[in-house]
Ligand binder design. Structure first.
Ligand SMILES: [Fe+2]
Length: 341
């Protein structure tokens, strides 16, 4: 297979729109993102890592109108600008500066490839917690370093793109941005339900997935969720209790994913856009071997099943039909597994 146009360095930020930005900002503060800068049009949020802003909030109909990846070099921006339909290289007239090339993926999702945005000074992360577990004693004479309150978001980690044809969408990200299949799950009829893809940084270990390409039960196209790494398990759980106390809507979690390995916790912002906290991901590199599995045999290591609100973003007859097929497939698999046991 030919080399991709470029291999992106990381997921840089998401642009998120909300009908009432002040309400959205309250949610983000409770979620653990921190305001970096504000302009007339947008608020720029960051994690505790020194990366530039990872979340740009502005006023509009609820959604994720753009996602951005960082290019390795200015030369890579030129390569992307030569793609059909790409914008020329433009100056980013925003905090941190930098340059951008604007593209659209096959599902119509705007994608920005950015370079040269100024990094920020790191800010105090969640305190590291020592544990007296697994036969090891590392916390002697100390209290657990857990702070109640919002989780400490470190950085943006991944997002999931839903569409009617996740394989074609993945192919575009593979061919142009160098994303690499980590694992794939199939529906009972063989079609792809989820294709997890990581960055390709050669021998360097990276998160199990930077983008998940998922089959949308309603066959719509959207960013299904955006996900942020937090300090550690205690930090995630403290944040869970904080969001619960603020009466935010939990849509799935807490649990540990079978694919990706993260301890996860999903919440909806006031308009239903799903935001995930996670900690402790699996790491992969260019020697990792991708697997193909049957969704029906897949069980997370632990945790509750997803809520219907997590699985179905919008109701239509396709969503009803697909949900029914999935439920029937799950029952069949359970019966099969019971017989085999
Ligand atoms: Fe996720």
């Amino acid at each position: 297979m030919s080399e991709p146009t470029i291999k992106v360095k990381r997921l840089a930020f998401v642009r998120v729109t909300a009908p009432e930005p002040a309400k959205a900002e309250t949610f983000l503060a409770e979620f653990g993102l921190q305001l970096a800068t504000r302009t007339d049009d947008a608020a720029y949020f960051r994690g505790t890592d020194p990366d530039p802003h990872c979340y740009v909030l502005s006023q509009g109909e609820a959604g994720v109108p753009s996602i951005a990846f960082e290019a390795e070099s200015a030369a890579d921006l030129e390569k992307v600008a030569a793609l059909p339909g790409a914008s020329p290289i433009e100056k980013l007239d925003e905090p941190g500066g930098g340059q951008v090339v604007r593209l659209r993926d096959p599902q119509g999702q705007p994608v920005e490839i950015v370079h040269g945005i100024a990094a920020l000074e790191p800010i105090e992360p969640a305190p590291p917690v020592s544990y007296n577990m697994d036969g090891r004693r590392t916390r002697e004479g100390e209290l657990p370093a857990v702070r109640p309150g919002p989780s400490h978001v470190k950085r943006i980690g991944h997002l999931v793109l839903e569409s009617a044809d996740p394989v074609s969408v993945y192919r575009w990200y593979h061919e142009h941005l160098g994303l690499r299949k980590a694992d794939e799950l199939h529906l009972p009829d063989g079609r792809t339900q989820m294709l997890f893809a990581s960055l390709d940084r050669g021998a360097e270990y990276v998160d199990h997935h930077v983008v998940g390409f998922q089959y949308a039960l309603d066959e719509g196209a959207r960013v299904q969720h955006v996900a942020f790494e937090v300090g550690n398990l205690d930090d995630l759980m403290a944040g869970h209790e904080h969001l619960k106390a603020k009466r935010r809507k939990s849509v799935w979690g807490v649990g540990r994913h079978r694919y990706g390995g993260q301890i996860f916790d999903y919440w909806a912002n006031p308009w239903g856009v799903i935001h995930e906290h996670w900690t402790d991901t699996d790491l992969v590199n260019d020697q990792s071997v991708a697997t193909d599995s049957d969704l029906m045999d897949m069980q997370d290591y632990w945790g509750p099943p997803p809520s219907v609100g997590f699985i179905v973003a919008r109701w239509n007859w396709k969503a009803v039909k697909n949900l029914f097929t999935l439920a029937a497939g799950r029952l069949q698999a359970e019966r099969r597994n019971r017989k085999a046991a």
